[in-house]
Ligand binder design. Structure first.
Ligand code: ATP
Length: 453
């Protein structure tokens, strides 16, 4: 079996690595090769500044005898296809990793992949991991091809690692591709059919439509060849979803991917508040240490004291829709917050850009007021140290003190997620919290049948 990892073939001007995967799978099926399972669409650390869009990379597992010349042939075709279908020279730095796994446990690659979900990984570290595998793992053959500055190798290796892992949670996405001549034209997808599909497939598909902002979420906006992608937990439900959508253009085809999208995989690690690293993703646990401050634009900032490990400034941006929640926080509230670390500057410290808030405990909020009079009205202070008097009944008292009155908290305990339009590819949507990850369907004939119209 050969694992093929590919990344960084596109740029903002066009193309898409998943579309290249579609073309490669089409070549493989047309030439009689079988896949071991669905192609894997890996989403890696979304806080990497040099990503094009969603930091995606792909891995295809193909059943090919690597001791024969066929293995060489498949590898050569893939190299040629990547070279001729990439935006090389326009910002793409493609990387391909070929791993002939021979049933070995490739722990260093898996560790690299897990790290690439939340940290910044260097090209050198990817190369080192591959050299280590060649040296210490008998029978493992690994080859990589770097184009441009070679950074694509990082994503390609991470995709191979994630595809070989027994993930606890995963989802699927069916992506439909436009014909070349349509790329750059408006996407004509009937909005009512998206809503109908969303309702008919609930809760097994997610992020199809944002009802709050009346917005279709399945279609991107750039010049790339993706017409739309429907995500969910059940592959056959996704195929049904395809037939429910009304689109007014001919398609090139579609491909079903298994993926770590919608699983919060990038937020699984607790960040070290005493040593925050720029561009990492994860979560923090702590106590609100400053009253939230709202600034122009509707963004909210507050400090989180992380159990003696340090104080972190948390930023909740307006487009997430979480700002009104953050404004209801108060000093002493206990929270878990997930997100990505923004680089510090000479003027500003590092900041956690918040992607979710889990309110674990609410502090008692008390306001100190003048005591009540026996007549039921509130007493008035007669000046410092002079006691209180009632202007209604004339009652006077010298040694009374202000009393604490509980301020009602309008915030409930629990999880607060961003608005759908602000979800990252990896954000676990609310409806998935009640779903057990489905069992993977490995019937390749079924899969092949649905690749073509
Ligand atoms: P698209 O979503 O359209 O496929 P993209 O957002 O995936 O595009 P790429 O063009 O693939 O963007 O660029 C991402 C680059 O970042 C790749 O070179 C990839 O190898 C690299 N990369 C991915 N994850 C990490 C990481 N954790 N550390 C360092 N580099 C990374």
């Amino acid at each position: 079996m050969l694992l093929i990892g590919i990344d960084d073939t596109d740029s903002r001007q066009g193309r898409c690595t998943t579309h290249l995967a579609y073309r490669i799978v089409d070549f493989l099926f047309s030439n009689g090769y079988d896949l071991e399972e669905y192609p894997f669409l890996a989403r890696l650390n979304p806080n990497i500044p040099w990503k094009t869009r969603g930091n995606g990379a792909v891995c295809i597992k193909v059943d090919v005898d690597m001791t024969s010349r066929e293995g060489e042939h498949v590898m050569q075709v893939v190299k040629d296809m990547v070279a001729s279908n990439s935006m090389l020279g326009y910002g793409a730095n493609p990387g391909i990793v070929f791993l002939d796994r021979c049933n070995n446990n490739i722990e260093p690659i898996i560790k690299f992949a897990r790290d690439a979900l939340w940290r910044v990984m260097s090209l050198k570290s990817a190369q080192r991991v591959m050299e280590e595998c060649k040296e210490y793992y008998d029978g493992v053959s690994i080859e990589y091809i770097a184009m441009g500055n070679g950074q694509g190798i990082v994503g390609a290796l991470a995709a191979v690692g994630l595809a070989s892992l027994r993930l606890e949670d995963y989802t699927f996405e069916v992506i439909a591709y436009r014909r070349h001549e349509m790329c750059g034209m408006p996407r004509l997808i009937d909005e009512t059919s998206v809503i109908a599909m969303d309702k008919a497939t609930h809760p097994y598909t997610f992020n199809n439509y944002d009802y709050k902002h009346a917005r279709v979420l399945i279609a991107p906006h750039g010049p790339d060849p993706v017409l739309f992608g429907v995500r969910g937990d059940d592959p056959s439900m996704l195929i049904d979803a395809l037939s429910m959508l009304k689109v007014h253009e001919p398609l090139e085809g579609h491909l079903l991917f298994r993926s770590n999208q919608g699983t919060d995989a990038h937020l699984a690690n607790m960040l070290d508040a005493s040593n925050l690293k720029a561009y990492t993703s994860g979560y923090l646990y702590g106590t609100v240490a400053s009253e939230p401050v709202a600034i122009e634009g509707g963004h909210t900032f507050f400090a989180l004291e992380c159990d003696g490990r340090g104080r972190v400034l948390c930023a909740v941006y307006e487009p997430t829709g979480l700002s009104p929640i953050a404004q209801m926080l108060s000093i002493g509230d206990i929270l878990e917050v997930g997100g990505g670390v923004r680089k510090g500057t000479s003027k500003h410290p590092k900041v956690l850009n918040v992607e979710y808030i889990r309110v674990v405990d609410l502090a008692r909020k008390v306001r100190y007021m003048n005591p009540l009079c026996m007549c039921g009205k509130r007493l008035k202070s007669e000046g410092k140290g002079k006691g209180y008097g009632c202007k209604y009944c004339g009652y006077r008292v010298k040694d009374a003190e202000k009393v604490g009155v509980d301020v009602p908290r309008h915030l409930g305990l629990g999880l607060y997620l961003p608005d759908l339009k602000a979800h990252r590819h990896l954000t676990k949507p609310l409806k998935r919290y009640s779903i057990k990850p489905g069992s993977m369907r490995l019937d390749i004939d079924w899969f092949k049948r649905y690749m073509y119209y």
